[in-house]
Design a protein. Structure first.
Length: 122
């Protein structure tokens, strides 16, 4: 598996982890300690900020999971991928977007620049 695919896999594992401890571990595995995450709705930094953003998204969309759409593409230390937020119950997908990540030498994510392509009520 490529470094880019591994980083994306860890990214989705973090966003889909359940419970405070599992989220904290997944965030630590996927992101550097000083990582930043920025999209139109959030601008957070560090493991605590990332964990809070993930918990907030899960509270807003219970019973949903983030799934990669297509495959990850990358060059040098930058990768991009698209995603959908999907209901585990019926497969509906109210939101989707694309993210660009920057990777540290150890393969963990340093920055996420998120773009929302589809949002509920828009």
């Amino acid at each position: 598996m490529s470094t880019y695919a591994t980083a994306a896999e860890r990214y989705f594992a973090a966003w889909n982890a359940e419970g405070e401890e599992a989220i904290a571990k997944a965030v630590s595995d996927a992101f550097t300690e000083d990582a930043t995450y920025t999209d139109p709705l959030a601008d957070v930094a560090g493991h605590e900020g990332l964990a809070a953003a993930i918990a907030g998204a899960q509270a807003q969309f219970p019973g949903f999971e983030f799934r990669m759409k297509g495959s990850v593409d990358g060059n040098h230390n930058i990768a991009r991928f698209s995603w959908d937020l999907v209901s585990k119950a019926d497969g509906s997908s109210p939101a989707g977007g694309s993210d660009v990540i920057t990777l540290a030498d150890d393969g963990r994510i340093i920055t996420v620049s998120g773009f929302l392509d589809r949002v509920p009520g828009a």
